[in-house]
Design a protein around this ligand. Sequence first.
Ligand SMILES: NC(=O)c1ccc[n+]([C@@H]2O[C@H](COP(=O)([O-])OP(=O)(O)OC[C@H]3O[C@@H](n4cnc5c(N)ncnc54)[C@H](O)[C@@H]3O)[C@@H](O)[C@H]2O)c1
Length: 340
Amino acid sequence: MLLNTLPTFYQGKRIFLTGHTGFKGSWLLDTLHLLKATVKGYSLAPITNPNLYDMIQGDSKCESVIADILEREKLQKEMADFQPDIVFHLAAQPLVRLSYDIPQETFAVNALGTANVLDAVRFLEKPCAVVIITTDKVYENKEWIFAYRENDALGGYDPYSASKACAEIVTQAYTSSFFNPNAHAKHQKGIATARAGNVIGGGDWSKDRIIPDIIKALTAQKPIIIRNPNALRPWQHVIEPIMGYLMLGMRLYEQPTKFWGAWNFGPSLYDNLSVETVAQIAINTWGSGEYEIMQLENAPHEANLLKLDTNKTTSLLDWRGEMDFIQAIEETIAWFCNHL
Ligand SMILES: NC(=O)c1ccc[n+]([C@@H]2O[C@H](COP(=O)([O-])OP(=O)(O)OC[C@H]3O[C@@H](n4cnc5c(N)ncnc54)[C@H](O)[C@@H]3O)[C@@H](O)[C@H]2O)c1
């Protein structure tokens, strides 16, 4: 199985990881460390307290550069000094609700930040694979029952979704203009985007995300407040897309002209559960607790239904989610219980 080849491939590979101080970045950093890769991280300092990066002693697992993705020259120099084999770009303003408060910053970090990363790659005179992490929210959400495929239209109602769709378009433009697969022999780069759905897992303390909100309420013995009880999301344990990103990075490095382009990393279509059901399962796993539905007047728009079609990823990349949703939430709640 392709997954078994990751240790041999990643051992000694040079990985430039943006967003290494964040939730998913820390999971990826820890996994790359286990795989004996050499990692340079580039991001802002962790903002939550506690945070997963400090818990995994991230500073001992990579060369950590704390800087803004919008500092173009700094980013270019750090990347040129390191000469990476693979770049994973995760740094972003990743929160939908916050994007309504700071739309300009969200567009700057997510769209221009992606252009800065791809521009820095342009100056590398060596083979390099680049995986840009976006989201399932890049699709023009038609709120229908069908799952979205990689060639469906891009869109975005809220600033976060639109900014990530912009990141996709920026990536398409850089791919066509500077890293065209037809001219691979000249530039030696392979560029792909990875679109994953909402993830859950230990170590996420972000604001306005379902699991951190649930854990905060359960720990404080207060009711879990649910704003959007019927919203369906393709929930997935964080380790699933992390494995997917690693597999994509490996395949892209080995066969850039075959594995470039967009890839969906979603759970099985049966794992689309409502926010209310998630709260119920969390309470059962925790052993106590209650929830209250509080629909706010003038609440910002949030998409209701979004499913990813993963046929391309499962058939060509040999990746599929291993955990069902119940396992994913049990793992997550158990992680927080252990932490507490
Ligand atoms: N968590 C999810 O459910 C989810 C789902 C789909 C996609 N994603 C994507 O995965 C990636 C990581 O998300 P996360 O959940 O780990 O978020 P996070 O907030 O935990 O981490 C974000 C990271 O980006 C860095 N960052 C933010 N602004 C920066 C800037 N101006 N300059 C440099 N670094 C900056 C932060 O320092 C941090 O390391 C993002 O691209 C996000 O859009 C997340």
